[in-house]
Write a protein that binds this ligand. Structure first.
Ligand code: HAM
Length: 412
């Protein structure tokens, strides 16, 4: 039997419904914050990610699904949504002043060649937001606030916000130099020994070595006054709206574009549900336009997993207003028209398409949680009626065709 590729998932039945409900809840919430949807292609020129995410990151160096098309163009299945969003706003010139702030959101599949495990797949889905224009603590606070309210709305209140501020600009080089010198005094894992040369900041969030770094120099002591001011403003804005956070000096994020605040939210089991931050140079990097930006992305599978663990379901149980059974060919023909009529009245109905025996058709109606069973036979057709059995009251009535909708709505 042909099997799905490693690290991918088939979604169906209850789990597919959970994903759908989750997406609807997030869509409603993001609408309250006045964000607009952007849909970008699933694949982009590889250059978008090399220049956008950074050649030294794990994502670009090891995890991309890249290929050449028939004209030898280098393409990559998107591993994340930020760089493509930046490419799209540049290409469509969405950065003009009247459109700012540009508050965008997206849902979509992302692809990373990672070692699959719970909550880590090769194809996964992200919901993300990106805001272009403002470089203020207020918008940073709104972004974190939105992330927190998504978690609270779906019932994952037991989470922890980790916050840090990355040093950028003139003092960054000095900090990196000092950090490198300090890290050289540690015995590091093989990956970190390499990273020390290519991407020393990433050494700080190494899963193996991070425990050793409690006393490592805090990059916040290198922050310029205006960055320090921005960070302090952000922290007091968050405190004002009741958002608790922990300052995490080892939080550096795995993508190279961040320039200011960075944050991650972890669930009760310390799994990272989402992450993001400010990336003021990326638009310039990809298109020579100066435009500050910030955002975050949530892994939808991680949320569904966390909901499962917390035993929270977002879906209503399936229920039909009526299940229709036709006892003869003529009755089945009539049922076909009846279904159309009932659905046009907004009723959720289904039909015994498998021609089951009456007994198993009744069983099927129970599985589908039908509130009513409509039975049509030749005799009923002659009298212009159907039999409706109300599954809740257990009452059975002959009902005139023109009264079916009312009877179902009234529930007697
Ligand atoms: P990221 O931290 O790479 O950031 O991914 C964001 C979230 O996507 C993670 O916290 C996690 O929930 C989920 N995720 C990542 N990789 C996987 C995977 N292999 N399987 C399942 N879920 C995964 C970004 O992607 C940035 N673009 C976020 C951002 C937006 N920063 C600013 N704007």
């Amino acid at each position: 039997m042909i099997q799905k590729p490693r690290g991918t998932e088939d979604l169906f039945e209850q789990k597919a419904r959970e994903f759908f409900s989750l997406e609807m809840i997030i869509r409603n919430l993001v609408d309250l914050y006045n964000y607009n949807e952007i849909k970008t292609p699933i694949f982009e020129s590889t250059e978008v990610f090399k220049r956008g995410v950074g050649e030294e990151t794990d994502i670009v160096a090891k995890e991309m699904f890249s290929f050449q098309d028939r004209k030898n163009r280098d393409l990559t299945l998107r591993p994340e949504g930020t760089a493509p969003t930046v490419r799209a706003i540049l290409e469509n010139k969405l950065y003009i002043n009247e459109k700012l702030p540009l508050k965008l959101f997206y849902f979509g599949s992302m692809f990373r060649y990672e070692r699959p495990q719970a909550g880590r797949q090769r194809q996964f889905n992200q919901f993300g937001v990106e805001v272009f224009g403002p470089k203020t603590a207020e918008i940073d606070s709104e972004i974190i606030c939105l992330a927190v309210s998504i978690l609270n709305t779906i019932g994952l209140e037991d989470h922890q916000v980790h916050l840090n501020y990355l040093v950028s600009g003139a003092t960054r080089e000095k900090y990196i130099l000092d950090l490198k010198n300090q890290l050289k005094t540690f015995s590091l894992c093989d990956d970190c020994t390499k990273r020390l040369e290519t991407n020393p900041l990433r050494v700080l969030d190494c899963k193996i070595d991070a425990k050793k770094f409690n006393d490592v120099i805090d990059m916040k002591s290198y922050l310029a006054d205006e960055d320090m001011q921005h960070f302090n403003n952000l922290k007091s804005l968050l405190t004002n709206v009741g958002i608790k956070f922990v300052e995490d000096k080892l939080l550096v994020r795995g993508l190279d574009y961040y320039t200011g605040f960075v944050f991650e939210i972890k669930d009760a089991n310390k799994a990272t549900l989402l992450g993001g931050g400010r990336y003021d140079n990326l638009v310039h990097e990809l298109g020579n336009v100066d435009l500050p930006a910030a955002g975050f992305a949530i892994g939808m599978e991680r949320l569904v997993l966390a909901l499962e663990v917390a035993q929270i379901s977002l879906t209503e149980p399936i229920a039909l207003d009526a299940y229709v059974i036709g006892l003869s060919d003529k009755a089945k023909h009539f049922a076909n028209i009846l279904l159309l009529m009932l659905r046009s009245e907004g009723l959720k109905v289904d039909f015994d398409f498998m021609n089951r025996s009456l007994k198993s058709a009744f069983k099927q109606s129970e599985k589908l949680n039908a509130k009513n069973i409509i039975i049509i036979g030749d005799n009923e057709l002659k009298e212009n009626v159907v039999v409706i059995k109300n599954q809740i009251t257990n009452q059975e009535h002959k009902v005139k065709i023109e009264e079916i909708v009312n009877t179902i709505r009234k529930g007697n």
